[in-house]
Ligand binder design. Structure first.
Ligand code: GLN
Length: 234
């Protein structure tokens, strides 16, 4: 991508799907683009507002059950997200946002979510499933009662080391289907998982400039601290 390129990132429905500050994922994507000398545009779209058709990346976050149903209805009625995905947009969706992309919901990825008997609450650490992610582990937390079963052709985003993730008994967390990424890594997970952020950026806009690069010293310390606190040692 050329240095005068602008990455556009849409936060979808943060008032309905923003319980855990997941919109911070969009901030991380923009900051990491800017640290490389690229431009960035962050757009927040709430329910009832038109969803842009031509942005590069769309992020969706976690939310309450009632809110997630309302969000699914609004996104379906608008049609903009589906059109953007057909045009090659990248989607990163967390928990409720992830669930509504499947069934019941928008049917954009082949995953099905139902209720678990107990809530999954706590730290979540996974090993990235695809070789394209250079971080050895993805780190975050989870708070959900949904159990998500992956259909054929959809692969996990990560393999659970600590926590519950999808909770479907296959040790998976999240899903990857084309350019759609889902996960139970709540909150602004990309802040702690820069390789995943950069992977999403690369998919959206092509190879990132080799220099300058973001200073990830603090992120590295935070990741080490978190892993130590969780008890994985490092
Ligand atoms: N209501 C959904 C669940 O409990 C989503 C929760 C969330 O987004 N954290 O599974």
């Amino acid at each position: 991508m050329s240095a005068d390129s602008v990455v556009s990132v849409v936060v979808l429905y943060p008032r309905l799907l923003g319980t855990y500050g997941d919109s911070g994922n969009a901030t991380v994507l923009c900051r990491r683009a800017e640290a490389r000398g690229l431009g960035s545009r962050l757009l927040t779209v709430d329910a009832g507002e038109p969803i842009p058709r031509s942005a590069d990346i769309y992020v969706l976050g976690g939310g309450e059950d009632v809110n997630q149903t309302a969000a699914a209805r609004g996104i379906e009625k608008d049609g903009g997200l589906a059109e953007a995905v057909d045009n090659g947009a990248v989607v990163f969706a967390i928990c409720a946002g992830f669930q509504i992309l499947g069934s019941p919901g928008l049917g954009m990825i082949d995953v099905h979510t139902e209720a678990m008997p107990t809530r999954a609450v706590g730290d979540l650490v996974t090993t990235p499933d695809g070789a394209e992610l250079t971080d050895d582990v993805l780190i975050g937390f989870e708070n959900h009662r949904g159990r998500t079963v992956l259909g054929p052709g959809v692969r996990p985003l990560g393999r659970v080391q600590r926590g519950i993730g999808n909770g479907a008994g296959d040790g998976a967390d999240g899903a990857v289907s084309g350019r759609i990424f889902g996960s139970y890594l709540h909150g602004p997970a990309l802040a702690l998982n820069p390789a995943l952020a950069d992977h999403l950026l690369t998919l959206a806009v092509g190879p990132l400039p080799a220099a300058p690069t973001p200073d990830d010293t603090l992120v590295g310390r935070l990741r080490a601290d978190r892993l130590q606190r969780i008890g994985r040692g490092h």
